[in-house]
Ligand binder design. Sequence first.
Ligand code: SF4
Ligand code: SF4
Length: 334
Amino acid sequence: MINALTPNRPHHAQWMITRKCNYRCRGCNVWKEQDQRELSTEEVKQGLDILKDLGIVELVLSGGDPLLRKDAPEIIEYASNLFVTTVYDNGSMAKKKLEALRNVDFIAISIDSLDEAKNDYIKAVPGAWKKAMEAVETLNSEGINVSVTPTISQLNLYEIVDITNYFTQKGIPVWYCLYSFDQTEDVNQIFRIGKANDEFIIKDKQAMVTLCDSLIEMKKRNSKIFMTTELLKAIRTLFLEGKRTWNCRALQNFLVLDHLGRIAGCHNHKFIGSVFDLPKIWHSDEFDLLRKTYNECTQCAYLCYIFYSLHGSPYGNLMLAKDQWKNAKFLLER
Ligand code: SF4
Ligand code: SF4
């Protein structure tokens, strides 16, 4: 509880522990720019200790697909003892690494459509849907904390309500990513994730507004929708008026790390050091200057960054507690 409510400490870290991926998603750059290099198990553990000391409460392990690392079970176990830990999987690996996932707080499986052909088109891998659905079923029946995380785009915008109902009626939580692509002017960007793809860009803005309204309403009766009303309202205003109602809090509330332990406020900006230097540089003037720049930055609308800008602070955690007490208690316990 102390960490979640202490000011001037980052709350959330997203660590892309590998740059390897076995999928070919059409809206993603990661698979095109893979790297076989990565930190050793011991180095990752050392980095996790440093993040803990810095005040991180909540950790996301992603990639590429983090479960492709052979030492994923060891890393996950270590991380789960320190943080509220979420592991992302494209749906291909969770069943194979089931034992490693027994103690994570959230395992997020990416499923973008209930229509098998559409999902596999988005992932560009035949059989992706079947594997992901099987993974969700198996993990759920094993009592593992599985969730489903569709990426909202123009391709699935009109079925997000159905996807949400389908899984939450089975007691499986749903939260979302929002398709976004990297538009940064920073040539030293840490790495590229979102690939510009016309098919995915949300053109029917009114439908997005309606979707936010529907989810806000559904949330009143459905505790398995893991999105805050605050976040849905922010997205609604963004699509309705083109107005951002938040300031980005990269390098204040959150930071990202890549597979080599390099850190940045977000993946759209340059490397600013290594996780191993963090204790020294977190309170530096250089970081304070960057925080100010990022605070005014409007270059992206990745949902996770908006979420942690809104909620990854002591005040934000209290708002989260008010909105979703059951989920927030995970944060406040650490
Ligand atoms: S979106 Fe995820 S699963 Fe798909 S290619 Fe990118 S990193 Fe891999
Ligand atoms: S708005 Fe924030 S998260 Fe997005 S590119 Fe700018 S600094 Fe990064």
